[in-house]
Design a binder for this molecule. Structure first.
Ligand code: FES
Length: 164
């Protein structure tokens, strides 16, 4: 876990200015929470308890409220993840088209070994997710913000190489 002494505040300088600009678009500070959390994750790669406390302070919320939001949305990471965060749809339609094989190949070729674990080199974390809205292009995989369609187990080695 991230230590308090090593934590670099997010909402200072230009980032604070950017947040203040965002706040002008919302009726309340609380309404900007998702955007603020996204800024934290972009900076640190995940959202620690210390970061939640900083965000709560800036938006005049309780840390418990912020934690409730962070833990509700799967897009927020509550622990460090690999440089490339890999999300694979394994909902039934994709599963019928070989998603499990894609997951197995990803776990092998990234070196993650198991779902949710980060590879030893820190490059990858692989998770399963529900429908990504591309059921006609099984199996869809998200490599960070990149959407990759028609992934098969055979295509995985090249895909992993592209992000290594
Ligand atoms: S079921 Fe996989 S994208 Fe919809």
């Amino acid at each position: 876990m991230e230590q308090t002494t090593e934590y670099t505040r997010v909402f200072v300088g230009d980032t604070r200015k950017a947040l203040d600009e965002i706040l002008t678009r919302y009726p309340t500070k609380r309404a900007a929470l998702l955007a603020a959390l996204w800024m934290v994750q972009e900076r640190h790669g995940w959202i620690s308890d210390v970061a939640m406390a900083e965000t709560a302070g800036v938006l005049e919320l309780t840390p418990a409220y912020v934690k409730g939001v962070v833990t509700f949305y799967t897009m927020y990471h509550q622990h460090p993840v690999g440089k490339t965060f890999v999300q694979v749809c394994t909902t039934t339609p994709c599963n019928l088209c070989g998603a499990e094989g894609v997951v197995d190949a990803l776990l092998e070729h990234t070196g993650c070994g198991e779902l949710g674990a980060t590879s030893r080199d820190g490059k990858f974390t692989v998770i399963e997710v529900e429908c990504l809205g591309a059921c006609g292009f099984a199996t869809p995989v998200m490599m960070n913000d990149d959407f990759v369609e028609d992934v098969t187990a055979e295509k995985v080695p090249d895909l992993v190489k592209r992000y290594s």
